[in-house]
Design a protein around this ligand. Structure first.
Ligand SMILES: Cc1cc2nc3c(=O)[nH]c(=O)nc-3n(C[C@H](O)[C@H](O)[C@H](O)COP(=O)(O)OP(=O)(O)OC[C@H]3O[C@@H](n4cnc5c(N)ncnc54)[C@H](O)[C@@H]3O)c2cc1C
Length: 399
């Protein structure tokens, strides 16, 4: 095992760090205050090649390996975990096409992301089916002409307002069906420039092939306010057989494959955020004096900084191990993906909360970045499977 980055990986890290330093951090607090969807930054990320990491080289994508992808997402999240979430969601939605789609499906559904900056959404969660996604009721039903009709409602869908493609997990035949399918629904959806909350609206899409998609008004969230989240309702959307990925009864297996890949990416978001919280807090406590000393020199405060650093480093180790396991398709990759996700979420929440505390009253003020980081951190423990679900997976594997 080698802890050194390859030259290519170092180049990715340096490139994203530069982007974060020059383009993201100087304006992040302003964008966040206005609750902006940062279309301009996403566009630039696409131009730089740090969006759509999983698209295979066979259709002119970057085909970036899992470990390198984790490094890129981690550095992006150091700038803003909401932007990293939006970027990562393109891969969350598209990984199943890269893993299980035919050559023609990859050209149809992945090539547009190579050709232009576009957003994709992964539609799994429903109002009545969160942690227990087998309770979903969205379904496809076969019509006499061989096509299918898709009906159902999804919620909390990242990128939905601006998405040009939806990857939808649904039941087959009826809402209570035993099998799950994975269908791809492309729509018109150019990436907008920056859109502030005052301009945020719902979206109605009439599909030329038949049916409608209604996107709810974007959610007003506690944190990660630069990522877009909205509900998505499918009404009699006509699905051609070639829009179904792989075997239409194996959707659940495909979700597991996607989540094994994506959980290290969420861990990367957590580690990036945790490291930012540590750095912001170090900078503040080195400059602020109380009792005639810098706060970082007060023994109890120093101990908190040490605890923060340890959490970041351990979460980073768990992240890198899980990324390697997933990259090598190791049989035990699932348990490490869950470990990394939980460890990173814990590090992010700990560092953001303790960092805020070490800022004293200033940490409670909206103008201090640590207050934003503390709001952003909580979702890492929730999306892509809450902490308890990760522990369920770990427990199941252990025994
Ligand atoms: C900002 C944001 C972005 C999101 N993006 C997406 C997306 O792009 N696509 C998508 O499909 N979904 C997305 N989600 C949904 C997210 O994955 C779900 O919110 C998450 O899986 C939890 O489901 P739930 O909210 O229904 O909580 P519930 O399942 O109702 O769980 C609530 C709580 O119950 C407890 N609990 C649940 N299950 C167990 C258990 N087995 N054992 C013990 N305790 C348990 C936990 O404490 C949990 O926090 C997003 C959510 C948010 C908030």
């Amino acid at each position: 095992m080698d802890f050194c980055l390859s030259d290519t990986q170092q180049m990715y890290v340096d490139t994203v760090q530069r982007f974060v330093k020059t383009d993201i951090l100087p304006q992040i607090m302003d964008l966040e205050r206005k609750h902006t969807f940062p279309g301009t930054l996403i566009h630039k990320a696409w131009e730089m090649g740090i969006l759509n990491l999983c698209i295979p080289e066979s259709i002119k994508g970057y085909g970036i390996d899992v470990t390198s992808s984790a490094l890129i997402i981690k550095e992006l999240s150091y700038g803003d975990s909401g932007i990293a979430t939006s970027a990562m969601c393109n891969d969350l939605a598209n990984a199943v096409i890269a893993m299980h789609g035919t050559g023609r499906q990859q050209t149809l559904f992945l090539k547009p992301f190579v050709d232009a900056p576009k957003m994709a959404s992964f539609c799994l969660t429903e109002p009545g089916a969160g942690s227990d996604n087998s309770a979903m009721t969205t379904f496809i039903k076969k019509s006499d002409d061989g096509t299918y009709l898709l009906n159902g409602a999804k919620c909390f869908i990242t990128n939905a307002t601006f998405a040009s493609q939806f990857t939808v997990l649904c039941k087959v035949g009826k809402p209570s069906g035993n099998f799950m399918a994975c269908v791809i629904v492309p729509v018109d959806g150019p990436l907008p420039a920056d859109v502030t909350s005052a301009q945020h609206e719902g979206r109605e899409i009439s599909l030329p092939g038949g049916g409608r998609i209604s996107i709810g008004k974007p959610e007003d969230k506690l944190g990660q306010r630069l990522s877009n989240t909205a509900s998505v309702t499918f009404e009699d959307v006509v699905i051609q057989p070639e829009q179904i990925i792989g075997d239409r009864r194996l959707g659940f297996k495909y979700i597991v494959d996607v989540l094994d890949y994506a959980r290290p990416m969420v861990a990367a978001i957590g580690v990036g955020l945790a490291r930012r919280a540590l750095d912001v807090t170090l900078a503040y406590t080195k400059q602020r004096k109380q009792f005639g000393q810098r706060i970082c020199d007060l023994p109890v405060a120093r101990e908190t900084l040490v605890q923060m650093w340890k959490k970041v480093e351990l979460a980073d180790l768990a992240l890198m191990k899980s990324a390697l396991k997933v990259q090598e398709q190791a049989p035990d990759r699932g348990i490490y993906a869950s470990l990394a996700k939980n460890t990173a979420a814990e590090a992010a929440i700990f560092c953001a909360n303790e960092g805020l505390h070490l800022h004293g009253g200033y940490g409670f003020m909206a103008e201090y970045e640590i207050s934003k980081l503390a709001r952003d951190a909580h979702i890492i423990d929730i999306y892509e499977g809450v902490r308890e679900v990760q522990n369920m997976i770990i427990g199941r594997e252990l025994v």
